[in-house]
Design a protein around this ligand. Structure first.
Ligand code: HXC
Length: 257
């Protein structure tokens, strides 16, 4: 497929999507969103891919939704087109997705990063929800996912003031799994992705889905989902292989899709 706003490549069992609108600091216009979703869904359907990395440039993961594209839209257009609802498909991928964030991750950029399963930040990363400065509020999950990730105190602070937060603060707050020097960002993300992609694919799917349920339901429902999902994994050859390998003191060889 030919893409205009992203670069797509694969390294072994890892699929890489690079946001590539450098002149607009990777602002997320509708065309870019469609391309990301198509590329990610293609990787997701491919059992030769066990993890996806999404990244941007040194300067920006993404500086938000494309303000110029949406500035003059009417309510009629925004409502009928379901502005930004296309990102839902990105949150429904079963393959683990790692966001590798350097530079600006603002507004929609922060929101897309939060749609991913593991967020790895360069020490240059800057996160924020500055929509209030544009006369709107976050519209791609910012008011919902940020509070679950970092709690009410900081989420309210960021969303109401529009200030940005650096990588260290983001890690302390729990938004980010790891902070690394900018020069090491992609290598670290690829290493994490390669590690995940070597696991049993259905087990990785099940682990991701179970953690996602925790985000979206009650504790008792989540525990019920986890228990039955855990039990169902005993139907897989990979469970027999993984446990046999431990007993035999060797590395497991998972079937991997
Ligand atoms: C469209 C954008 C953009 C954006 C940057 N650009 N962000 N275009 N939408 N979100 C463009 C600039 O217009 C400029 O184009 C080029 O990228 C370089 O940006 P500069 O501003 O010149 O760079 P710099 O001075 O380094 O400042 C970087 C920045 C600033 C601090 C990130 O660009 C900025 O504040 N951007 C907007 C951040 C923001 O508000 N994001 C939230 C968007 S709303 P030209 O052509 O002039 O060179 C959102 C919410 C969605 O995401 C859901 C609810 C609506």
């Amino acid at each position: 497929t030919d893409y205009e706003n992203i670069l797509v490549e694969r390294k072994g069992r890892v699929g890489i999507i690079t946001l590539n609108r450098p002149k607009a600091l990777n602002a997320l216009n509708a065309a870019l969103m469609r391309e990301v979703v198509v590329a990610a869904q293609e990787f997701d359907a491919d059992h030769g891919i066990g993890a996806i990395v999404i990244t941007g440039s040194d300067r920006a993961f993404a500086a938000g939704a494309d303000i110029k594209e949406m500035a003059t839209l009417s309510y009629q257009e925004v409502y009928l087109d379901g502005l930004f609802s296309g990102w839902k498909a990105f949150t429904e991928l079963r393959t683990p997705v790692i966001a590798a964030v350097a530079g600006y991750a603002l507004g929609g950029g922060c929101e897309v990063a939060m749609m991913c399963d593991i967020l790895i930040a360069a020490d240059t990363a800057k996160f924020g929800q500055p929509e209030i400065n544009l006369g709107v509020i976050p519209g791609m999950g910012g008011t919902q996912r940020l509070i679950r990730a970092i709690g009410k105190a900081k989420a309210m602070d960021l969303i109401l003031t529009g200030r940005t937060m650096g990588a260290e603060e983001a890690e302390r707050a729990g938004l980010v799994a790891r902070v690394v020097p900018a020069a090491d960002l992609l290598d670290t993300a690829l290493e994490v992705a390669t590690t995940i992609a070597a696991k049993s694919l259905p087990v990785a799917y099940a682990a991701k889905e179970s953690v996602q349920v925790a985000f979206e339901s009650t504790l008792s429902e989540g525990l019920r989902f986890e228990r039955s999902t855990f039990q169902s994994l005993f139907a897989l050859a990979d469970q027999k292989e993984g446990m046999a390998a431990f007993t035999e003191k060797r590395d497991p060889h998972f079937i991997n899709g």
